[in-house]
Design a protein around this ligand. Structure first.
Ligand SMILES: N[C@@H](CCC(=O)N[C@@H](CS)C(=O)NCC(=O)O)C(=O)O
Length: 325
């Protein structure tokens, strides 16, 4: 990121903190940041996909106490009028209205949300029912995420981020940064495939995952019960197939291996982007966020060195920029 952009970014971050404070202490809508899971995509690959009913994968977001504490600290020190000014002062090329069609626990959706949150781009969320998908009737694209930016439909998490980033940082050339590109590809081509075999590893983990999915997704009351048990059973079976497909013998070893590979890539840097996260940091963080507080995510943090970077990312990304629909 160029220096001027870094400065602009710092300003935006303080605006983000201030607006978060405003949301907290005034009557502005408060963005939910509770642990949240929904159906996602073990079945997201293009070839040999599992059936629709089997295409759930759990993912979660969680309240970061340290991030919350930081926001409160800023809140106390920033006068409300100044904060309001910062909040209103978003650059012109920032989108005016952003709507994310998502499954709360989908790793690709969480990748997009990490980008939006980090850049303090306010967005509304439409939670899609993964069975009826009635919220997507208006679109020919039947996957999530879909991001509607000032009326324009953007699809595919990587493309969405690419396009938004070009708009927000027109001078920034992501394509020049080979390292960033390489690790973003690693996220889509490797890391996401390791997740499902882990979160559906055995019956208790599959049920834990589906408990989150059904409690935070858009399901009718009847669907909730059926999906929890049938989904957990189906995904337990599907995850065995996925292991074969992606040549995974020990799913935990694969998860720990991926976490360590990422830590090695960071070297002695705080973030892959240096002192600030870049798009690869945001992608890794985004797809891991939904599993972080599941058993697999807790095991990953206990058994690898990824925890410190993850905490830095939680602080850097800060509060959700989600606003009420
Ligand atoms: N390459 C796409 C993958 C999107 C994807 O596969 N999303 C899953 C949810 S995590 C999906 O919508 N699957 C189809 C379904 O649920 O029917 C991206 O990065 O956005």
């Amino acid at each position: 990121m160029m220096r001027t952009q870094a400065l602009a970014h710092l300003l935006r971050r303080s605006a983000a903190s201030s607006s978060a404070h405003l949301r907290r202490f005034s009557s502005l809508p408060s963005p939910p940041r509770l642990p949240s899971f929904v159906p996602a995509a073990a079945a997201t690959s293009t070839a040999g996909k599992p059936s629709k009913s089997a295409s759930f994968a759990p993912f979660a977001g969680a309240l970061s106490l340290s991030a919350a504490a930081a926001v409160v600290a800023v809140a106390v020190s920033v006068p409300v009028a100044f904060a309001e000014e910062l909040r209103a002062d978003k650059p012109e090329h920032y989108p005016r209205e952003v709507v994310l069609y998502q499954y709360e626990a989908c790793p690709f959706c969480n990748k997009v949300k990490a980008y939006l949150d980090y850049n303090n781009i306010s967005y509304k969320v439409v939670e899609v029912n993964p069975i009826s998908k009635k919220e997507l009737k208006w679109s020919d694209y039947k996957k999530v995420p879909i991001l509607v930016v000032d009326g324009e439909q953007l699809v595919d998490s990587t493309e969405i981020i690419e396009k938004l980033n070009k708009r927000i940082y027109p001078e920034d050339s992501v394509s020049d940064n080979d390292e960033e590109k390489k690790w973003r590809r690693w996220v889509d081509g490797h890391l996401v495939h390791v997740l499902s075999p882990n979160i559906y590893r055995n019956t208790s983990e599959a049920l834990e995952s589906f408990d989150y999915i059904t409690s935070h997704g858009n399901f009718s009351r009847t669907e909730k019960f059926t999906v929890k048990y049938a989904g957990a059973a189906a995904m337990y079976m599907v995850s065995k197939k996925l292991k074969k497909k992606y040549n995974i013998t020990d799913e935990r070893a694969a998860l720990y291996g991926a976490a360590e590979t990422w830590v090695e890539a960071l070297g002695d840097r705080d973030f892959l982007g240096g002192s600030n996260p870049n798009l690869a940091d945001l992608a890794v963080f985004g797809v891991l966020r939904p599993i972080r507080y599941l058993k697999s995510g807790r095991d990953m943090v206990e058994n690898t060195r990824i925890g410190e970077w993850y905490q830095r990312m939680e602080s850097a990304v800060g509060e959700s920029a989600r606003i009420s629909a």
